[in-house]
Design a protein around this ligand. Structure first.
Ligand code: 2NL
Length: 344
């Protein structure tokens, strides 16, 4: 019995020594120390022993049991420590590695231009107004002195949703709506930036969707000189104080008289070059005195109220200011193009 116990002890200790994980240790514990294990079995057979032998074997069995249990515990502590160390090693962070770059976005060039225009007009007391891109025939055409059958509202030029609904072809309907809201007796000083749509084939200078900023001032006693003063201040702040402006006669159905505004060419200082096509002047926007029909339809008495209005294309302004040669660059979203205009 004594030999059997010692055999069990060295067998168990050997197995503990080579146990590779906690599961193996647990198996050893169950196999040797469990209720159905060999040591328990030995103790059960003690009844057959003599009185003298009983305490000796009992003591030995307890010692064997304890030495196996303590070997298992020691090994278990060791395995647990190794596992923790391995985990710490694997999960360690190398704080000396270079950080990942954070890609900071920025506003689109057109957004920047529109915000610059907004700031200049806010500085002159204008308010910013927005309106729907899906418009009624009335506000897009009728209210702007473009009655049904007018050549400028040819079906070809618009995206129609129904006979009476279309994608707005200019931002003017926002102004017609604003005037109507003012009930015909309040002054208006506004600009309306936004997207507009025309049924056009895209090329270097045309896009079926582009942006506009239009402006409108309505009050008693508004004169052509007010138009000239405001647009001159705008041109000088937008393009540089050394620029001159000139107004040429033109035609728009919603203004009378109508003008086109040029700024002097910075490239050649007025001498004539490829940017200004030899004229020394570059066309920037269209404008005019609000047509009495437009005032009347919006509820203003044209005998008491007068106004001026203007419209410009941020794409064109950006193209002139930064030498962009194709309007499609604004909408094809090549990040290499867009990034050139990110400040910071
Ligand atoms: C251009 C010309 C223009 C207007 C827009 C306007 C609006 C109302 C009444 C009268 Cl509600 N006029 N807008 C006037 C003249 C010219 O735009 O070449 N735009 C890019």
């Amino acid at each position: 019995m004594k030999d059997r116990l010692q055999e069990l002890q060295s067998e168990a200790l050997e197995k503990v020594k080579y146990a590779e994980d906690l599961k193996a240790l647990q198996d050893i514990r169950v196999a040797y120390l469990g209720k159905k294990g060999p040591i328990t079995e030995v103790l059960r057979g003690m009844g057959k022993l003599s009185k003298e032998e009983r305490p000796v074997i009992g003591q030995l069995a307890n010692d064997v049991r304890e030495s196996i249990a303590s070997a298992i515990q020691t090994k278990q502590d060791k395995l647990e420590e190794e596992a923790l160390e391995k985990q710490l090693e694997e999960e360690s962070i190398d704080v000396t590695l270079p950080g990942r770059p954070v890609h900071v976005g920025g506003p689109h060039l057109l957004t920047s231009i529109i915000e610059e225009i907004e700031d200049l007009f806010i500085g002159m007391g204008f308010e910013i107004k927005e309106g729907p891109e899906v418009e009624t025939d009335y506000f897009n055409f009728e209210a702007l002195n473009l009655p049904k059958g007018h050549p400028a509202r040819d079906m070809q030029d618009s995206f129609y949703i129904t006979e009476e609904l279309l994608l707005r072809t200019h931002t003017s309907p926002v102004q017609a709506r604003t005037m109507k809201q003012k009930d015909g007796h309040e002054a208006v000083r506004m600009i309306c930036p936004g997207k507009v749509y025309r049924r056009d084939t895209d090329d270097a200078t045309h896009s079926h969707q582009f942006t506009q900023v239009e402006g409108l001032v309505v009050d008693e006693n508004i004169k052509m000189s007010d138009l000239k003063g405001v647009l001159n201040a705008f041109a000088k702040q937008m393009f540089g104080s050394e620029r001159d402006i000139r107004l040429r006669p033109s035609f728009f159905p919603f203004t009378e008289p109508s003008v086109e505004m040029d700024i002097s060419c910075k490239m050649c200082g007025g001498e004539g070059c490829s940017v200004c096509k030899g004229t020394g002047w570059i066309e920037i926007l269209g404008a005019g005195m609000v047509h009495p029909n437009v005032l009347e339809m919006a509820g203003y008495d044209p005998e008491v109220y007068s106004g001026f209005a203007f419209g410009m294309g941020p794409e064109r302004i950006a193209m002139l200011k930064y030498g962009v040669d194709d309007i499609r660059h604004f909408y094809t979203n090549d990040i290499r193009f867009l990034k050139q205009y990110h400040k910071v």
